[in-house]
Design a protein around this ligand. Structure first.
Ligand SMILES: Cc1cc2nc3c(=O)[nH]c(=O)nc-3n(C[C@H](O)[C@H](O)[C@H](O)COP(=O)(O)OP(=O)(O)OC[C@H]3O[C@@H](n4cnc5c(N)ncnc54)[C@H](O)[C@@H]3O)c2cc1C
Length: 465
C-alpha cells in the first residue's frame, strides 16, 4: 500500500491487486463483536525519519501514545519484558537465580562458541539457564524447529545487542538505555493499526488509482528478462511496465515463466510458519494490564496473548467486554492447522483458564478463529544460501521489485515493509537505485534517527549503538 500511495501521490497510474477482502495484510484491523481488533499485537515503531514522516502524513493527529506493558508468563509467574534482571532473579527464587548466575558466569570464563545459531547467540549473552527459561520454549513454539537450527539473524533483528549484562546495567542505571527491545512508548492509530493502510488505499483511489480487492494475481509474466505484465486467473493477461510484488516469494518465483530450475529449486527450500489466532470475548474490562503477554510456559501451546482493551479506548468504545487474541503457530501439515474452529476455541478457552488470567469459565462468552497462512518466514540455518540465488535472479529481472514480509522473505515489522514500499516507489519514479534487499538487514544503524511523540516527530542524534 505504501508503494501505491507514493506512486499515486506522484501522479502515476497505479493499480493494486489484493487477494483478500481488505487492505493491510497482516497489519489489517477488523470489526469483531462491536470492537476493533488487529491480527495480534501491532506496535508501530521506527527510528527512521522517512518512515515516521510518512506515517504521520497518513495518520495526522488520529493516534494515541500507548505505554507498553508486556510481560512473560512462565509457570504462572509474570516477568517484565524485556527482562529486568533484578526482578527475574528475585522471582525465580534463590536456587534458580543461583543457577542462572552461575551459568552466566561460565560464559565469561568459557564463552559459548557463536556458530550462527540462535541458541548459541542467546546462551552467549544470557547464560544457558536463562536461555532455557526465557527463550527456548517460546522460540520453539514460534518456529517449530530447535533453537540450534534457527539462524542467529532472528536474534540479531529482534533482540539486538541486549544481554544479561545490559539488563543488569539497566537495573542499576534505569533509563540509560535506548535499545530497540526496551522502547516502551509507541504511537497507535485510534482506528487500529490497519487504519494506516485503509487511508493509503483511499488516497490511491482519490488520486485516480484502483485498489481491487478479492483479486489475486495468478503470476507475474516476463519476456526476455523483462516484466511485461501480470496474469489474473479470471481476466487473463494485463500489461504493465513495472510490477511491485508483495505476494509470497515462494509463490511468485514458482510461477515466473523464465526462472531457471536452480532458482525455483533454491526457493522451494524456503519455508513459512502459519499462525492461528483465536479471539475470545471475556465479560470483564479488567483481565490484565498488558498490551500483550508472551507465554513461555512449555505446558501451554499458545505463545502470545493480546489484550485489545489496553491499546486505545476507541477500539472498544462502550463495550464492557475485553477481547483477547491467543496465538498458535504451526506448519501446513500439523493437525492443529486442520483443527475445526470449535475445537480451537475450546482449546484456547481451556488454556486461558490455565493461565489464571480468567478464573470463571462463564465469563468467556464466545470465540472467533482467523487462520493466517505463511505468516513467518522461517530463518532456518542455511536459509541465506537458499535465498541468495533467488535474490540474484530477481535483481536481474527488469521492471520487477519484490517487497515486504513474505514478498522478500524478511522477518519485517510494519516499518520495514513501509520503507521497502516507499523505496520501491522511488525506484520507479526517479530511477533511484535503492537496494530493497538491504532493508531490515542492517540491524545497527538508522539513516536519520527520529521518534514519534504526543506532539509529533522529534529528531534524535543518529544511533549507532
Ligand atoms: C501476530 C503478528 C504480530 C505482529 N506484530 C507487529 C508489531 O507489533 N509491530 C509491527 O510493526 N509489525 C508487526 N507484525 C508484522 C506486520 O504485520 C508485517 O510486517 C506487515 O504487515 C508486513 O506487511 P507486508 O506488506 O510486507 O506484507 P503483508 O502484510 O503480508 O501483505 C501482503 C499482502 O499481499 C496479499 N497477497 C498475497 N498473495 C497475493 C496474490 N497472489 N495476489 C494479490 N495479493 C496477494 C495478501 O493478502 C496481503 O494483503 C506482526 C505480524 C503478525 C502476524
Amino acid at each position: 500500500m505504501t508503494a501505491a500511495y507514493q506512486l499515486a501521490k506522484a501522479g502515476i497510474s497505479v493499480e493494486v491487486f489484493e487477494a483478500s477482502d481488505a487492505v493491510g495484510g497482516l497489519a489489517r484491523s477488523m470489526k469483531l463483536w462491536g470492537q476493533t481488533v488487529d491480527l495480534g499485537p501491532h506496535r508501530f515503531f521506527s527510528r527512521d525519519r522517512r518512515v515516521n514522516e510518512l506515517w504521520l502524513e497518513v495518520v495526522g493527529d488520529d493516534y494515541r501514545m500507548v505505554d507498553r506493558l508486556t510481560r512473560i508468563l512462565y509457570r504462572r509467574t509474570y516477568f517484565h519484558y524485556p527482562l529486568q534482571a533484578g526482578e527475574a532473579l528475585r522471582k525465580l527464587g534463590p536456587m534458580e537465580a543461583g543457577r542462572c548466575l552461575t551459568a552466566y558466569a561460565r560464559e565469561w570464563v568459557r564463552p559459548t562458541k557463536e556458530e550462527g545459531n540462535f541458541e548459541a547467540w542467546v546462551t552467549r549473552r544470557f547464560g544457558r539457564r536463562l536461555f532455557e527459561i526465557f527463550f527456548k520454549s517460546y522460540s520453539e513454539k514460534l518456529w517449530g524447529i530447535g533453537c540450534d537450527e534457527l539462524d542467529a539473524d532472528f536474534a540479531a533483528q529482534r533482540i539486538k545487542k541486549f544481554s544479561l549484562f545490559e539488563a543488569l546495567k539497566n537495573a542499576a542505571f534505569s533509563g540509560s538505555n535506548a535499545h530497540a527491545t526496551l522502547v516502551d512508548r509507541f504511537a497507535y492509530p485510534i482506528g487500529g493499526t490497519g487504519m494506516v493502510y485503509e487511508r493509503m488505499a483511499e488516497a490511491v483511489r482519490r488520486g485516480g488509482g484502483a485498489v481491487r480487492l478479492r483479486t489475486p494475481v495468478g503470476r507475474v509474466v516476463t519476456e526476455n528478462g523483462r516484466v511485461t505484465g501480470i496474469d489474473l486467473p479470471e481476466e487473463g493477461f494485463r500489461p504493465y511496465d513495472e510490477v511491485i510484488s508483495s505476494m509470497p516469494l515462494t509463490a511468485l518465483v514458482a510461477r515466473l515463466p523464465e526462472a531457471p530450475e536452480a532458482v525455483t529449486a533454491a526457493c522451494r527450500r524456503l519455508t513459512f510458519r502459519n499462525t492461528i489466532l483465536v479471539y475470545l470475548e471475556v465479560a470483564s474490562g479488567d483481565v490484565c494490564r498488558d498490551n500483550w503477554l508472551y507465554v513461555h510456559s512449555p505446558d501451554l501451546l499458545t505463545g502470545r496473548i493480546t489484550n485489545f482493551r489496553n491499546w486505545a479506548p476507541e477500539l472498544y468504545g462502550d463495550s464492557p467486554n475485553t477481547i483477547l487474541a491467543m496465538e498458535y503457530w504451526c506448519n501446513d501439515d500439523e493437525t492443529l492447522w486442520a483443527e475445526e474452529d470449535e475445537a480451537l476455541v475450546a482449546r484456547a478457552k481451556t488454556e486461558l483458564l490455565r493461565t489464571g488470567l480468567v478464573t470463571d469459565p462463564e465469563r468467556v462468552r464466545r470465540g472467533h478463529v482467523v487462520r493466517i497462512p505463511k505468516c513467518y518466514p522461517v530463518y532456518r540455518r542455511g536459509y541465506r544460501d537458499a535465498l541468495a540465488p533467488v535474490e540474484a535472479y530477481l535483481r536481474s529481472v527488469e521492471g520487477l521489485q519484490v517487497i515486504g514480509r513474505y514478498g522478500a522473505f524478511k522477518y519485517n515489522n510494519q516499518d520495514h515493509s513501509v520503507l521497502m514500499g516507499a523505496l520501491a516507489a522511488e525506484n520507479v519514479l526517479s530511477g533511484a537505485d535503492n537496494d530493497l534487499w538491504g532493508v531490515n538487514a542492517d540491524y545497527e544503524t538508522y539513516q536519520e534517527s527520529s521518534r514519534i511523540t504526543d506532539t509529533g516527530l522529534v529528531n534524535e542524534p543518529v544511533s549507532r549503538s
